[in-house]
Design a protein around this ligand. Structure first.
Ligand SMILES: *[C@@H]1O[C@H](CO)[C@@H](O)[C@H](O)[C@H]1NC(C)=O
Ligand SMILES: *[C@@H]1O[C@H](CO)[C@@H](O)[C@H](O)[C@H]1NC(C)=O
Ligand SMILES: *[C@@H]1O[C@H](CO)[C@@H](O)[C@H](O)[C@H]1NC(C)=O
Ligand SMILES: *[C@@H]1O[C@H](CO)[C@@H](O)[C@H](O)[C@H]1NC(C)=O
Length: 579
């Protein structure tokens, strides 16, 4: 901390009794990777098929030299540099992608984790064994140059090695990592999980929040807040209370970021409620999708463009980039330029935070800090009230996102509507059965290849007909909490559907995907801004979780023809007949 800041803090402490925090650096000022003419010209020239490629390339020399050289080139060409010369410029001043990361075999990887024995179907067991092998392919560590010369890389240095999603995603991602960690713990790899947790905690200490992913151009935004849950899973597995004690303050800091920078007050029935939203107060196109964001903005009046870019970034912060969920219902509901993410109060975000508050209260109790335990217990109680008042829909029996612009709930189907169930953020045990009825009423159980992301086919990747692994988990483990056997059985059936979709695609293509198209017999998904990616961290994690949970019952076999109760009765009768 600088002397001046100290003095200011001291004055504030003495005078006002305020808490003192070191000023955070502004999120990414790089005139190469985040803003500026160089970024603009290179991305708009579309030298690469995927804009992410350029912003992932390390520099071959110091940034000042690159910028100086670009300035001269621009001057020589009267500002607009022709494509050929830009290409040469990039070749000379940048290195190929992927140079800064090395393959890494996790030290705690071992041949036969126990959970494999719980899987009775031989084909599924062999498949789980292969997924367990994939951790070695998805393991990465950073070269020492990233630490000694951070200015030459868009990659943010992490001390500990980690698991990446795969495909174009060669760095870590925040919310993906939660499902990756669940898989790693089944693979008995707590040291790898601890390293990943340590990296996230370091990021909170440096930046005050966890960026969307491990690149400087992701620093302006976060992703769904699952750090506290990650810690809970790790501590439950290892009982490493010392690590919890050491880092509880950092967990607190991350939740403060959501409270201070992402909260919103909503009033209803004469009462004010505080809830959270995704919100990114920075304009400019996303560097990694620059030309697409710039093109989209061209369809709007100039004065509306910065706001559009901020809303796109907030959409990316939600993890659902992009979806009809964030589009304004006032106009054409599939027009991405109507995106207004920050005007929505999302069910899943508030459920994640509600769960984090419950976990923090437990953590602090265990550590013997009653005042902090009480603080978080109260925060959770307030949030439960707010969820009930603003998001719960008694008639439909489920929660909905609240649209601040239209001052009403968004009644569309999204699996995220069930997140409070998954997160344990409810007080009435009957809600699981209400949620089942909601799924039946919305005809969601008719989709035999997986739960769709929505019922709107907009061409966006977080919409119909794509299905995503984490959303299957939200619904399946939510329903499985029901005391009712029937609801639990539906949870199992959904797990069986998803396993079969993943297994069939794997059998044909020998690959796991980030998403699946359920309209087409469970093919790899499509739509959105880039080609479907293989790998794939969270998909593998969710499959391993389901195989662990239901391993004694899941089958790899043909789709069962008999599902309905009356069919089962008929089958029973037939089997009793003397053939
Ligand atoms: C560059 O632009 C200036 C002013 O716009 C113009 O006078 C000059 O001729 C241009 N030079 C070239 C090489 O195009
Ligand atoms: C949160 O908001 C405050 C201003 O209210 C700002 O100073 C701070 O930098 C923000 N934190 C982050 C991590 O964006
Ligand atoms: C709710 O918030 C509004 C705006 O901040 C304020 O004017 C009003 O007094 C508050 N109402 C209550 C009941 O606290
Ligand atoms: C509880 O935690 C708060 C915040 O970290 C701290 O200020 C306080 O001293 C702690 N109390 C105890 C009893 O450890």
């Amino acid at each position: 901390m600088h002397g001046k800041t100290w003095t200011l803090c001291l004055l504030l402490l003495l005078g006002l009794g305020l808490r003192c925090q070191e000023a955070l650096p502004p999120p990414c000022e790089s005139q190469i990777y985040c803003y500026g003419d160089l970024l603009h010209q290179v991305q708009m020239a579309r030298l690469f098929q995927d804009d992410k490629q350029f912003v992932d390339m390390p520099l071959s020399m110091a940034p000042d030299q690159v910028l100086q050289s670009f300035k001269e080139l621009a001057k020589a060409h009267n500002s607009t540099i022709p494509q050929q010369q830009l290409q040469e410029f990039v070749e000379k001043h940048f290195q190929a992608v992927g140079q800064e990361l090395q393959p890494w075999t996790p030290g705690d990887w071992k041949e036969s984790p126990q959970f494999l024995q719980k899987i009775s179907d031989a084909k599924l067991q062999a498949w789980a064994g292969q997924l367990h092998q994939l951790w070695k392919k998805l393991g990465k560590k950073m070269k020492p140059e990233v630490l000694s010369h951070p200015e030459k890389f868009s990659l943010i240095y992490s001390q500990q090695p980690f698991i990446v999603p795969g495909g174009r995603f060669v760095e870590f991602y925040y919310w993906d990592s939660y499902w990756v960690m669940e898989g790693l713990l089944l693979s008995e790899m707590p040291e790898t999980v601890k390293g990943m947790l340590q990296n996230f905690l370091d990021l909170v200490k440096t930046y005050g929040h966890i960026p969307n992913g491990g690149r400087v151009y992701y620093l302006q935004r976060s992703q769904p807040p699952l750090l506290t849950l990650m810690m809970d899973r790790y501590v439950t597995y290892t009982n490493d209370i010392a690590f919890l004690r050491e880092n509880i303050g950092t967990l607190d800091l991350e939740l403060n970021f959501w409270a201070e920078n992402r909260s919103i007050s909503v009033s209803s029935g004469g009462k004010n409620y505080t809830l959270n939203r995704y919100y990114v107060p920075y304009g400019g196109p996303r560097p990694e999708s620059y030309s697409k964001d710039a093109e989209l903005a061209d369809t709007l009046p100039e004065g509306d463009r910065e706001a559009l870019w901020a809303e796109l970034k907030a959409g990316a912060e939600s993890g659902w980039d992009f979806s009809s969920r964030w589009l304004s219902k006032r106009s054409n509901p599939s027009l991405l330029s109507t995106i207004h993410t920050s005007k929505m109060v999302p069910v899943d975000l508030n459920a994640f935070l509600c769960q984090a508050e419950a976990l923090m209260s437990n953590f602090y109790s265990r550590l013997g800090n009653d005042s902090q335990a009480t603080k978080y217990r109260n925060l959770r109680a307030q949030r439960l009230d707010a969820l009930k008042a603003m998001l719960w829909d008694e008639e439909k029996g489920v929660w909905f996102d609240y649209d601040l612009e239209n001052a009403k709930k968004n009644p569309e189907f999204y699996p995220s509507n069930l997140t409070p169930l998954w997160a344990g953020c409810f007080s009435d045990p009957a809600v699981a059965d209400k949620a089942l009825k909601y799924l039946e009423d919305s005809q969601i159980l008719n989709y035999k290849y997986g739960i769709p992301t929505s019922l709107r086919n907009t061409g966006q990747q977080w919409d119909f007909p794509n299905a995503w692994a984490p959303l299957q988990d939200l619904v399946i483990r939510g329903l499985a909490k029901s005391p009712s056997l029937r609801t639990q059985e539906v949870a199992f059936q959904l797990a069986q559907n998803w396993i079969r979709t993943n297994f069939d695609a794997y059998s044909k293509k020998s690959a796991m995907y980030e998403k699946y198209d359920i309209s087409n017999g469970g093919q790899p998904g499509g739509g959105g801004e880039y080609e479907v990616q293989e790998g794939f961290g969270w998909t593998n994690g969710v499959v391993l979780m389901l195989l662990d949970r239901y391993g004694d019952r899941l089958t790899s076999g043909a789709w069962p023809a008999l599902r309905e109760p009356h069919c089962l009765a008929a089958a029973l009768l037939l089997s009793l007949l003397p053939w």
